[in-house]
Design a protein around this ligand. Structure first.
Ligand SMILES: Cc1cc2nc3c(=O)[nH]c(=O)nc-3n(C[C@H](O)[C@H](O)[C@H](O)COP(=O)(O)OP(=O)(O)OC[C@H]3O[C@@H](n4cnc5c(N)ncnc54)[C@H](O)[C@@H]3O)c2cc1C
Length: 771
């Protein structure tokens, strides 16, 4: 007892008396911390500090407050935005013939360009005061998504000026004079913007762009002014071939110290009319056969006045932070909208095709193999919609959540890739044959573009989600990094000391919390709802705690090395991402009034998310270099093993049933999908064939009965059977007409395009046209 007492008193003195604690505990730990910490470059620091922490913070810190999640406002279109959807968007959709746009014209028709500009499609984010539409993020997302189900080319064309680009940058950082000059002409379409960051040598590593600007005096409008002499060479720039105003990112240097005492000011963004002397809009690229404008731009020795810097001279060198912040908002809207569009059209059309297409005497959608793939398409589409709405909702809360938008960008584009592959597998030859009747091919071809742009996916998963998440979402790490970087070492030590105690408390809380929840399988965790989804909240809280614990241990053991161990950190990123996906689905279900018909989709997504979390943790424990810590963590988090399973077959069947019959669930799950009104349109044709076949079911039953009774022969073309059924009075004249019409629709819907000899050769581009 005495020894114990002495020990407790000693510990109390060491930890309780600040000076003793600092010299005995904090100082050595601080020294190690500084040693293992990788030196942060300015670009890394700016990227980490940019943006807001939101729901990702709750998930990362191990104690998600589910009531808070439910209290985030439901993202919805207001009446003006809905009217725009119902009028301008619907009109535009009818003007678009994607096959012609992509394969024949390789551009939007002039009347479409004019309509888009006139109706303010390029002005969705520009404030009304400047003639813009000032739409919410959810409206922007919904509009782009709906258009993308009709034409990816039109959607990308509209999306770009409304995400990262001159408009967004001007609104956040532009001087009043710049806003007054550019925003009205961007809003009415007189000016078309593009933004050029990427070049041949700098893609993902955009901070290393070799394009330069040197501060100097030069002649502008006949007068000598202080300005910048620019050299740039950019590629892959969307809208560049038609742009009238170029947003340009370059590195600014001031060797003569005309602006201050720094030689190198850093990345800077300027706005330059493309008509300005020396600006070259180069050749056009041809990205995955898509017809949206994309190309190169370059300039040598181009002189611009200093006040063309976005934000004016005081924003010289602050471009990287501007880009990271704005990119984060755009990333949460554009690519998620495109990915969701893929889900909506794939679900609606594949559900219908599975019913219409028959093989071995039955609809292919009845085969379990096909159902497994169709359930994945429908399940992922529900998850996509939930994430689209929740992420846009965050942006509408005036947040710029950089980790959440990176999660949305990566996972939603990957989910769209998975489900599109499934849609192709089910459609088989029908999806392969290109032509006006193919409603999937262009979406399929566009997916690699979504994967690549706005942060290529491998980098986004491996570096951004956890790299940024760990520092931004952790309650203490960013502050600890700042303490370590404090030039006043004594002050830094004091800051670190106060953080260290809290950090230790946080880590101990997570250790015991994770063990308790592991032993009890989260049974005592609270859930904000009762019913079938309550269990998921409990499991997600448990996994959130496990993430907080594992993240802390990884940083403790690996330190700066963790940055290079992307395979490990990406697995923790997957855990965080799946927690986000699962949260979005639960919120979506609640926000939409707990629709009974949605439950199979909710179960599918939640069970899939938990399974993926278990798989990510398993890979993390297996590969964690310190085997003792890995085993300890595994035993704490999963003392009885990882029990999460993929959704069972019964759930898959329920999803397929909902998607294989006309009704409210199918309509709700695919509400963004454009469906042509008549049978001239491939989506209209498939939809009409599906509905006609569904409606004809009772008549087909009469025929099957007659076949079983021997009144009608089996295994012959349906048209012949219909005629014989009429003759045998199995069906009446009206019923025969209905079946004949249905059969015609069915046949047309499963047919594909074929081209007369020479037609394709006449249409195709020759290599001479591609520079
Ligand atoms: C159709 C299209 C439109 C575009 N529009 C624009 C535009 O309007 N404006 C503009 O400025 N840019 C634009 N881009 C450029 C786009 O943002 C870049 O393509 C993207 O940043 C990737 O650069 P990269 O293609 O050179 O790939 P690279 O940077 O060469 O990357 C190759 C691979 O390496 C991976 N990788 C790189 N670094 C890491 C890392 N540290 N960890 C893990 N993996 C890593 C990447 O994920 C990728 O898989 C566009 C591109 C395309 C294809």
């Amino acid at each position: 007892m005495l020894v114990l007492l002495i020990l407790v008193v000693a510990l109390a003195i060491i930890f309780g008396v600040a000076d003793i604690r600092r010299s005995l505990i904090t100082k050595p730990i601080f020294a190690v911390f500084k040693k293992i910490l990788p030196p942060l470059s300015d670009t890394e620091r700016e990227a980490m500090e940019a943006g807001d922490v939101w729901w990702d913070g709750d998930l990362f810190q191990g104690k998600p407050d589910w009531h808070k999640l439910h209290s985030f406002p439901k993202a919805e279109l207001n009446s003006t935005e809905q009217a725009f959807m119902d009028n301008q968007v619907e009109t535009l959709l009818k003007m678009l013939d994607d096959y012609k746009i992509v394969q024949e014209q390789r551009d939007l028709p002039k009347e479409v360009w004019d309509f888009i500009k006139r109706e303010g499609f390029f002005a969705m984010i520009i404030p009304k005061a400047y003639g813009g539409r000032e739409f919410s993020a959810i409206a922007n997302s919904t509009i782009v998504s709906r258009i993308a189900t009709r034409s990816l080319t039109a959607a990308v064309t509209i999306m770009v000026p409304n995400s990262l680009g001159p408009g967004e940058l001007l609104m956040h950082y532009g001087t009043q004079a710049q806003k007054d000059q550019w925003l009205p002409t961007l809003a009415n379409g007189t000016d078309v913007p593009c933004f050029a960051l990427t070049g041949p040598e700098a893609g993902s590593d955009a901070g290393s762009i070799p394009d330069t600007g040197v501060v100097c005096n030069g002649i502008h409008d006949g007068k000598e002014v202080l300005g910048i002499r620019l050299n740039w060479d950019k590629r892959y720039i969307t809208l560049a071939p038609v742009a009238t105003v170029l947003g340009l990112a370059f590195k600014l240097y001031d060797p003569e110290h005309l602006l201050g005492d720094k030689d190198e000011l850093g990345i800077t963004c300027a706005l330059i009319p493309t008509s300005h002397e020396g600006v070259e809009i180069g050749d056009r690229h041809f990205p995955m056969n898509m017809a949206f404008m994309n190309g190169t731009t370059y300039g040598k020795g181009v002189f611009i006045p200093l006040d063309w810097i976005i934000g004016g001279p005081e924003y010289a060198g602050r471009g990287w932070r501007m880009l990271v912040e704005c990119l984060s908002a755009g990333r949460g809207i554009s690519l998620p909208a495109l990915a969701t569009a893929t889900g909506h059209i794939a679900t609606r059309m594949t559900g219908a095709y599975g019913y219409v297409r028959q093989q071995f005497g039955m609809s292919i959608g009845k085969f379990e193999g096909v159902q497994e793939a169709l359930a994945r398409i429908g399940g992922l589409t529900y998850g996509l919609e939930a994430m689209r709405v929740m992420t846009a909702g965050a942006i509408d809360m005036k947040l710029s959540p950089s980790v959440v938008t990176a999660i949305a960008k990566y996972h939603m584009t990957e989910m769209s890739r998975t489900l599109m592959n499934d849609a192709f597998d089910i459609h088989a030859g029908k999806a392969i044959q290109c032509g006006p009747k193919n409603y999937l091919a262009h979406g399929y071809m566009g997916i690699p573009i979504s994967i690549t742009v706005e942060g290529a996916n491998i980098l986004t998963r491996n570096l951004m989600i956890f790299g940024q998440g760990a520092t931004r979402c952790h309650p203490y790490v960013l502050a600890e990094l700042e303490a370590a970087a404090n030039p006043d070492a004594e002050q830094g030590l004091k800051q670190f000391d106060s953080l260290l105690l809290k950090h230790i408390g946080f880590a101990l809380g997570n250790t015991f919390g994770a063990l308790w929840q592991g032993l009890t399988a989260g049974a005592f965790n609270s859930a904000p709802v009762s019913g079938e989804t309550a269990k998921y909240y409990k499991q997600l809280s448990r996994m959130s705690r496990a993430l907080a614990l594992s993240a802390d241990f990884s940083m403790l053991i690996l330190g700066g090395e963790l940055k290079r161990r992307e395979m490990l950190s990406a697995r923790l990123a997957d855990v965080l991402s799946q927690l986000y996906i699962a949260s979005a689905v639960l919120k979506f279900y609640e926000d939409n009034g707990r629709q009974q018909g949605d439950l199979p989709f909710v179960h599918y997504n939640l069970q899939r998310a938990l399974f993926e979390i278990g798989r990510a943790f398993d890979g993390f424990f297996v590969n964690f270099p310190n085997r003792v810590v890995a085993r300890l963590l595994r035993s704490l988090v999963f003392p009885f093993g990882i029990g999460y399973k993929m959704p069972n077959d019964a759930i898959a069947v329920q999803i397929c049933e909902a998607l294989s019959k006309p009704g409210v669930v199918r309509d709700r799950i695919t509400h963004l999908c454009y469906i042509g009104e008549d049978e001239q349109d491939p989506t209209g044709l498939m939809e009409n064939a599906f509905i006609a076949m569904y409606a004809a079911q009772p008549l087909m039953k009469k025929i099957y009965q007659a076949q079983r009774a021997g009144t009608l022969p089996r295994k012959q073309p349906l048209l012949q059977t219909i005629e014989q059924a009429l003759a045998a009075e199995v069906i009446n004249v009206a019923e025969a007409e209905q079946l004949t019409k249905m059969n015609k629709l069915r046949f047309n819907a499963i047919s594909v395009d074929s081209f007369k000899a020479g037609t394709l050769e006449a249409m195709g581009i020759t290599s001479a046209e591609v520079v």
